[in-house]
Design a binder for this molecule. Structure first.
Ligand SMILES: Nc1ncnc2c1ncn2[C@@H]1O[C@H](COP(=O)(O)OP(=O)(O)OP(=O)(O)O)[C@@H](O)[C@H]1O
Ligand SMILES: [Mg+2]
Length: 580
C-alpha cells in the first residue's frame, strides 16, 4: 500500500517546521546569552559600583544593561511570532492531507476516531506554538548556566546541579505515572463522545421509545470512567507539582545560604552570591517549564503518532496523472470484498462487463451484498481481490477528483450535506445553475424543488429545511446526475418513492440510456427492472445469474413468483444455470 509519497505530508510539514526550528534556535541562543545581563549587572553593582561609589560607572552600566534587556525582549517578541507562523504553516501543510485521509480512514470502516484527527492537528500545532516548545529550545542552556555557577564556586555549582537533577527527575517521573491513565482517559472520553453523538443522531427513536435513561446511564458510565482516569492522572501530576513547588524555593534558599557561608569565609563576594542565585533561577526555568507542560507534550506526541499512522495508512492519491475522459466501459473481474475488520467475504468472485448505454439491474435478497457491490463499483470500498476497471483503468488508479466527476452514485442511506439544494446538487461546487437545473430536470425533480420554501436556494441540513425521505432521495438523484457522469450507480433509488416518483425514475433511466450512460440499479422491487437490459442476481455474496433481462426474468419468475428470499425457498426453486 505504501509508496514514497505517502509520508510526505507529515514529513513536509515537519521539514518546513525544522527550517524554522533553526531560526528559533538561533534566536534562543541570543536570548539566553542576554539572560546573563541581569546577574552580571548585579555582580558589577555589588562588587564594583558599591565598592568604588562611582556614579559614572553606575550610569554606564545601567544604560548598557537596559539596552541589552530591551534587545532581548525584542528577540523574544520575534521568536514568539515565528512560533505562531510555524504553527500556521504546519497547519496549512497538513490539514488538507489529514482531511482527505480522514475520509479514506472512515471508508475503511475504522470509524471510532472520526474527527479526532482534526483535533490532533490542533493539538500538535498548539504544542508547536506554546511555551512547551520554547522550553525545549532553552533546555540546552541549563548546563551552560550551571557551568557558569561552577566557575563562581564549585559548591554553588553543586547546589544548582543537584537542583536541576532533582527537578528533571520529577519531570521524568511525571511522564511515567501519568502516561497510562491519560492515554486510557482519552480513549474513554472519545468513546463517550462517539456514543453521545450516535445517540443524538437517533434522537427520535431514542425519545419515542423512552430510551433516554438507558442511553444516559451508558454515556455516564463511559464518561465517568474517563473522568476517573483523568482525575487519577491530575492527582498524581498535582502531587509532583506540589513537590516541585517545595523544592524550588528550598534551592533558592540553599543557594543564598551556601553563598552567605562562602562570603563569610571570604571565598566569594556578595555580588557573586546574588548573581549565582539569579543564574540558577534561569538555569532551572526550562526544567520547570518542562514539568508544567508535560501533559501538553504527551498529548501532542500522541496526536502526532496518530496522525502519522493515519497518513501512512491512507496515502494521498492526488498526484495521480489524469487519464483520458472515460466513456463508461465497466469491467468487473472476479472481485472479492471483505468486511473492514475481517471475517467472511461479503462478495466473492463476481465478474461482469457493461458497455456505455447498457443498464444493469442488480437484485437479490437482503444482505446478499448488493450495496457492497455498488460501493465497489464507485470505488469507495477497497476490494480485497480482483479488479474493477472503468475504461480499462483500475478505479484506484484514477485521480479521485476525475473519477468522482465521472461517477454518479446514489447511496442506499441518502444523507445530504449542510448547504442549499443547489449546492448539494452541484456536489458542493459553486453551483452552475444551468447544470443544476439540467440535472434536476433529468430526474424530474425540478418541480419538486421549486415547491420548496426557497426553491433551489432552500437551506437543508442543520438549522435549515427538513426534507422528507422521498424529497431527499430525488435531490440526491439529481446530485448523482450532475455534470453528466458516464457511470451511474443507484442503490435502491425507489426505496422512498411514491408512484409518481417511481414513474419519474423510470423516465430518468430511459433518458440516461438514450444518452449512452452506463447505469447500475440495485433494487428489491422488480418494477424497476422494466427499464434494464441486463439482470444480475446476487445471493449470499455470490453471483447467481447474469444475463439479458428477457432471459433471466422469465426463468426467475417461472421458478418462484418473486425474488426468492431464503435458502429454503431457493432449494424449492429450479436451478438457474449460472452465466458467470
Ligand atoms: N461495513 C461493514 N462491515 C462489516 N460487514 C458489512 C459492512 N457492510 C455490509 N456488511 C455485511 O455485508 C453483507 C451484505 O451487505 P449489503 O449492505 O451489501 O447487503 P444488501 O444486499 O445491500 O442488503 P439490503 O438489500 O438489505 O440493502 C451483510 O451481511 C452485512 O452485514
Ligand atoms: Mg443494500
Amino acid at each position: 500500500m505504501q509508496n514514497p509519497t505517502e509520508k510526505s505530508a507529515l514529513k513536509t510539514a515537519m521539514g518546513s517546521a525544522r527550517r524554522l526550528f533553526v531560526i528559533i534556535g538561533a534566536f534562543s541562543f541570543f536570548i539566553n546569552i542576554l539572560m546573563l545581563v541581569g546577574p552580571l549587572y548585579m555582580l558589577q553593582i555589588y562588587d564594583r559600583v558599591l565598592a568604588s561609589r562611582s556614579y559614572d560607572t553606575l550610569v554606564a552600566l545601567t544604560v548598557l544593561a537596559v539596552g541589552l534587556i530591551a534587545t532581548s525582549a525584542l528577540l523574544e517578541l520575534v521568536r514568539s511570532r515565528i512560533l505562531t507562523r510555524l504553527g500556521s504553516r504546519f497547519d496549512e501543510d497538513l490539514k488538507e492531507s489529514v482531511f482527505s485521509a480522514m475520509f479514506d480512514h472512515q471508508l475503511r470502516g475504522r470509524t471510532a476516531e472520526g474527527s479526532q484527527f482534526l483535533r490532533d492537528t490542533d493539538a500538535v500545532r498548539g504544542f508547536l506554538t506554546g511555551p512547551g516548545l520554547v522550553a525545549f529550545f532553552d533546555a540546552p542552556w541549563t548546563p551552560v548556566f550551571i557551568a557558569v555557577i561552577f566557575l563562581f564556586h564549585p559548591l554553588l555549582g553543586a547546589v544548582a546541579l543537584g537542583g536541576a537533577i532533582l527537578l528533571f527527575g520529577l519531570a521524568v517521573l511525571s511522564e511515567f505515572i501519568t502516561r497510562n491513565p491519560l492515554k486510557s482517559s482519552a480513549a474513554r472520553g472519545l468513546e463517550a463522545y462517539e456514543f453521545a453523538s450516535s445517540s443524538l443522531r437517533n434522537a427520535e427513536a431514542v425519545h419515542a421509545m423512552g430510551m433516554i435513561p438507558q442511553v444516559r446511564s451508558r454515556w455516564q458510565d463511559l464518561h465517568e470512567k474517563g473522568l476517573a482516569l483523568q482525575n487519577r492522572a491530575t492527582d498524581r501530576a498535582g502531587a509532583l507539582t506540589a513537590i516541585a513547588k517545595f523544592i524550588r524555593p528550598c534551592l533558592q534558599i540553599g543557594m543564598l545560604g551556601f553563598g552567605a557561608y562562602l562570603v563569610i569565609q571570604e571565598a566569594i563576594t556578595p555580588g557573586v552570591m546574588i548573581a549565582a542565585s539569579i543564574i540558577m533561577g534561569r538555569a532551572l526555568a526550562p526544567v520547570e517549564a518542562a514539568i508544567n507542560n508535560w501533559r501538553q507534550f504527551i498529548s501532542a506526541r500522541g496526536a502526532y503518532s496518530r496522525l502519522q499512522q493515519l497518513l501512512d495508512a491512507n496515502p494521498s492519491r492526488s498526484d495521480q496523472l489524469p487519464l483520458p475522459q472515460p466513456e463508461g466501459h465497466l469491467k468487473v473481474e472476479n472481485v472479492t470484498a471483505m468486511p473492514p475488520r475481517g471475517g467472511k467475504p461479503i462478495l466473492q468472485g463476481v465478474s461482469f462487463d457493461l458497455s456505455p448505454g447498457q443498464m444493469l439491474g442488480v437484485i437479490g435478497p437482503s444482505a446478499a451484498g448488493k450495496s457492497t457491490l455498488a460501493r465497489l463499483l464507485v470505488g469507495v470500498w477497497p476490494r480485497a481481490a480482483g479488479h474493477v476497471r472503468l475504461d480499462g483503468g483500475e478505479l484506484a488508479n484514477w485521480p479521485p477528483e476525475q473519477l468522482g466527476m465521472n461517477i454518479g452514485y446514489l447511496p442506499q442511506d441518502v444523507e445530504l450535506l449542510s448547504g442549499t439544494v443547489a449546492e448539494n446538487i452541484a456536489r458542493m461546487h459553486q453551483p452552475d445553475s444551468e447544470k443544476v437545473i439540467a440535472a434536476a430536470r433529468l430526474c424530474d425533480a425540478h418541480e419538486l424543488i421549486l415547491r420548496l420554501p426557497d426553491g433551489y436556494e432552500t437551506h437543508i441540513g442543520e438549522g435549515g429545511c427538513v426534507l422528507s425521505g422521498g424529497q431527499r432521495q430525488r435531490i440526491a438523484l439529481a446530485r448523482a446526475l450532475y455534470g453528466g457522469p458516464c457511470l451511474v450507480v443507484l442503490d435502491e433509488p425507489n426505496a422512498n418513492l411514491d408512484s409518481d416518483g417511481e414513474a419519474a425514475l423510470q423516465k430518468t433511466l430511459t433518458r440516461l440510456k438514450s444518452r449512452n450512460r452506463t447505469v447500475v440499479v440495485v433494487s428489491h422491487r422488480p418494477a424497476i427492472l422494466t427499464a434494464v437490459d441486463l439482470v444480475l442476481v446476487l445471493r449470499g455474496g455470490q453471483l447467481e445469474t447474469f444475463g439479458p433481462r428477457d432471459e433471466v426474468l422469465p426463468r426467475l419468475m417461472s421458478g418462484v413468483r418473486s425474488i426468492p428470499n431464503s435458502a429454503e425457498e431457493q432449494k424449492e426453486r429450479p436451478r438457474v444455470r449460472s452465466r458467470k
